[in-house]
Write a protein that binds this ligand. Structure first.
Ligand code: PGA
Length: 253
């Protein structure tokens, strides 16, 4: 059985004090209300990772993630954060290749392939993001676009490695816009992604990989989106900044 995961990408929001307050609220609600078969992941900005890690403590179903890391193990890379540093604060997930990093920081498929290797070597789970911009959706070439991203950044991995990846499908036209892919559009893309993984690694391996949906997912539409057979959870931006809303999304399963 693949994991059900709801991950919150806080992006560049919440200072240290606010991050601690939000994490505490999430832990308190999740502890009382969340079923054990759903994993929550919170991804605060780097400076709050350590404090949030202490707040999560040994909470069973809330995990710590980072929003990015450097592709090198260590060295003279001013301002960067290594996988070893993430491990030292007990982060077990890291978001890789978010569309905002691809667009604003020039992260390419080849570069992300290298980053995925660095993350896996540190035994951290990459949440690998893919997704098409509006013009690709309008040209109806979205399946090729997204599966090409996956081929380029992930298909060098072996079977054991690919099983450790979580994929997040995030149509760029739905991120932070209030526009959501319909449940049917999400399911169709997730099924295409799984078929693509199966073409390289076989059905059994493909069936073990969690594929999350991201893009204006909130408590009011999560139930419908998560009803897709191949939709295993969400990568949530804006709605993850409110504890009640975030946990309610995870309760939609
Ligand atoms: P959103 O962001 O939920 O605010 O649309 C999703 C994401 O970028 O992960």
């Amino acid at each position: 059985m693949r994991s059900k995961i709801v991950a919150g990408n806080w992006k560049m929001n919440k200072n240290l004090v606010e991050a601690k307050a939000l994490a505490s609220e999430i832990v308190n609600i999740a502890r009382d209300e969340l079923k054990d078969d759903v994993k929550l992941v919170v991804c605060p900005p780097f400076i709050s990772l350590s404090a949030v890690s202490s707040i999560l403590g040994d909470t069973q179903n809330v995990f710590l993630g980072a929003q990015n890391c450097n592709d090198n193990k260590a060295g003279a890379y001013t301002g960067e954060i290594s996988v070893d540093m993430l491990t030292s604060v007990c982060a077990s997930f890291v978001i890789i290749g978010h569309s905002e990093r691809r667009e604003y920081f020039g992260e390419t498929d080849d570069f992300l392939a290298k980053k995925v290797d660095t993350v896996l070597a540190a035994s951290i789970t990459p949440i690998f993001c893919c997704g098409e911009p509006l013009e690709i959706r309008e040209a109806e070439t979205q399946y090729k676009y997204v599966t090409d991203q996956i081929t380029a950044s992930l298909f060098h991995l072996n079977e054991e490695q690919i099983k450790k990846i979580v994929i997040a499908y995030e149509p760029i036209w739905a991120i932070g816009t209030g526009k959501t892919a319909s449940a049917e559009q999400a399911q169709q893309m997730h099924a295409e992604i799984r078929k693509h993984l199966a073409s390289k690694y076989g059905e059994s391996v493909a069936s073990e990989i969690s594929i999350l949906y991201g893009g204006s997912c909130k408590a009011s539409n999560a139930k419908e989106i998560f009803s897709g057979e191949d939709v295993d959870g969400g990568l949530i931006g804006g709605a993850s900044l409110v504890a009640r809303e975030f946990v309610d999304i995870a309760k939609s399963f």
